[in-house]
Design a protein around this ligand. Structure first.
Ligand code: TRP
Ligand code: SF4
Length: 400
C-alpha cells in the first residue's frame, strides 16, 4: 500500500509555549491519526546557528520532547527521535553535497534573510550554507512525501524536491534502462502490462494525474515483481530512470493566531509567552498584569476591546456570548479589566491542565522519555539505512 509518510523537525529551542501549541503541535497531533508520522529534534540544525552554545542543547532537547508528549503527540503511533542519533542523515547530507550546485544554496531565501537578521551571529559558515541541504537529507532519507512546515520553510521543501529530482536524474539511469523496463513490463502479465502501458501513455502524453495514480496502484498490487524491476517500473511511469529518492510535498501549517501577552505575535524573543508548563499561579499573574486599553485609567472609564491585547485572547478562547459580554462591559465600563481577564485565565488553565498532567509523568521519570526516544531512533535508523543502501549502491560505494 502507498502510505503517506509525514516527517517534520523542530530545532531544540527549549520550553514550548502556547504559540507552538496552536500553530505546530495541534497539527502534529491531528496528523498522527491520519498518516505514518516521524517527528524529530533537529539538534544539528540548532548547531548551524548556535554552535557557540553547546551547553543548552541537551536540556532544550529533553524539555522539548516532554512538551511534544504533553501536547498529545502519542509515541505509540508516532516515531520520535533525535537527528544526531541517526548519523545516516549526515552521510546522506555529505553524499547529496556532491551534486548540489553552490548557487542553489546561495539562492535559498533564508540564507541571506537570516544573515541580515541575526547580525549578532557569525553565519558565514559552511554549515549554515548547508542548512537546507541537511534538511533535504532529513526528509529524503525517510522517503517522506509530506512535510508539515510553516511558510518560511516552504522554500526548503521546494529545494528538497529539486535535489531529489537532480539525484534521480543523475543516478536513476542505468545502462539499457529502457530495455530493462520494457522487459519488466512483460513480467506483469499480458493484462496488467496492457493496462500499465495505457496508463503510462495517458500520463506522459496528457499529464493525466489520475492515470499516474492508477498505474502506481497497479504496481503496488503486483506482488511477483523483483524489487529492481518494481523501481524501474515506477521510474518508467514518469519517463525517466529509477526513482531512488521521493519528491516531498510541503503541507503548509496555518500560522498560529495565538497572540502574546502584549498583543504582538507570541514569541520567546518578545518575552510575551505562556509556556505549556508554566505554573498555574504564574500564568494567572502573567494575564492579570497584561496591559489593557490605556483609555481605561480608572474603573469608570470606558474602553475599546480592539485596542486591548486581552480581547485578542478572548477571540481565541471565548464563545459568542462571552465575546458580547466583553464588548458591552468594556465599552460601558460595566466590567473591570480584572473581571474581564478571569475567563481568559480559566480558559488557558483548562487548556493546559491535561497537558501539564501528562507532562508530570515524564518529568518525574526521565528514563521513560529516554526510552521513547531510543525506540524511535532505532526505528528511524532502520529506515534510514534502507535508503542509504540504495544511495550508496547507485553512487558506487557499496563494496559488497
Ligand atoms: N528547518 C526547520 C525549522 O527551522 C526544522 C527542520 C529541520 C525540519 N529538518 C527538517 C522541518 C525537516 C521539516 C523537515 O523549523
Ligand atoms: Fe481589555 Fe477587557 Fe479591560 Fe476592555 S475590559 S480594556 S477588553 S481587559
Amino acid at each position: 500500500m502507498f502510505v503517506d509518510r509525514v516527517l517534520s523537525g523542530m530545532r531544540p529551542t527549549g520550553a514550548l509555549h502556547l504559540g507552538h501549541y496552536h500553530g505546530v503541535l495541534q497539527n502534529w497531533v491531528k496528523l498522527q491519526h491520519e498518516f505514518e508520522c516521524f517527528f524529530f529534534v533537529a539538534d544539528w540544525h540548532a548547531l548551524t546557528t548556535h554552535y557557540d552554545e553547546p551547553q543548552i542543547i541537551e536540556q532544550n532537547t529533553w524539555d522539548m520532547v516532554i512538551d511534544w508528549l504533553a501536547a498529545g503527540v502519542d509515541p505509540s503511533q508516532t516515531t520520535l527521535f533525535i537527528q544526531s542519533r541517526v548519523p545516516q542523515h549526515a552521510e546522506l547530507h555529505l553524499l547529496l553535497s556532491m551534486i548540489t550546485p553552490l548557487g542553489w544554496l546561495e539562492r535559498v531565501p533564508t540564507y541571506k534573510d537570516q544573515q541580515e537578521k541575526l547580525t549578532d551571529k557569525d553565519l558565514s559558515t559552511y554549515g549554515f550554507l548547508g542548512y537546507p541541504l541537511l534538511q533535504s537529507a532529513d526528509i529524503l532519507i525517510y522517503r517522506a512525501n509530506r512535510v508539515p512546515v510553516g511558510d518560511d520553510q516552504v522554500p526548503h521543501v521546494e529545494f528538497t524536491r529539486e535535489i531529489a529530482r537532480r539525484f534521480n536524474h543523475v543516478y536513476g539511469r542505468e545502462p539499457g534502462f529502457e530495455a530493462k523496463a520494457e522487459a519488466a513490463v512483460k513480467k506483469l502479465g499480458a493484462k496488467r502490462a496492457k493496462l500499465y502501458r495505457e496508463l503510462r501513455t495517458k500520463f506522459l502524453e496528457q499529464g493525466d494525474a489520475a492515470a499516474l495514480e492508477a498505474a502506481r496502484a497497479l504496481l503496488e498490487k503486483a506482488q511477483n515483481l523483483a524489487l529492481g524491476d518494481r523501481e524501474r517500473l515506477f521510474g518508467y511511469l514518469e519517463g525517466g530512470g529509477k526513482m531512488i529518492l521521493t519528491e516531498p510535498q510541503a503541507l503548509l501549517t496555518a500560522a498560529s493566531k495565538m497572540p502574546g501577552l502584549d498583543g504582538q505575535k507570541m514569541s520567546k524573543s518578545y518575552n510575551n509567552t505562556i509556556s505549556l508548563r508554566d505554573a498555574p499561579d504564574s500564568i494567572a499573574r502573567k494575564i492579570r498584569t497584561m496591559p489593557t486599553d490605556p483609555a481605561r485609567v480608572k474603573r469608570a472609564d470606558p474602553g475599546t476591546p480592539e485596542k486591548c491585547p486581552v480581547w485578542q485572547l478572548h477571540l481565541v478562547y471565548a464563545d459568542d456570548q462571552r465575546k458580547q459580554w466583553v464588548q458591552k462591559g468594556c465599552r460601558s465600563a460595566g466590567i473591570g479589566c480584572l473581571e474581564c481577564k478571569q475567563p481568559v485565565i480559566d480558559a488557558v488553565l483548562a487548556e493546559l491542565k491535561p497537558m501539564q498532567e501528562r507532562a508530570r509523568r515524564y518529568v518525574d521519570d526521565p528514563t521513560l522519555v529516554k526510552s521513547i526516544i531510543a525506540d524511535g531512533c532505532e526505528k528511524a535508523q532502520k529506515l534510514a539505512e534502507e535508503t542509504m543502501r540504495d544511495v550508496r549502491e547507485v553512487m558506487g560505494i557499496n563494496y559488497s
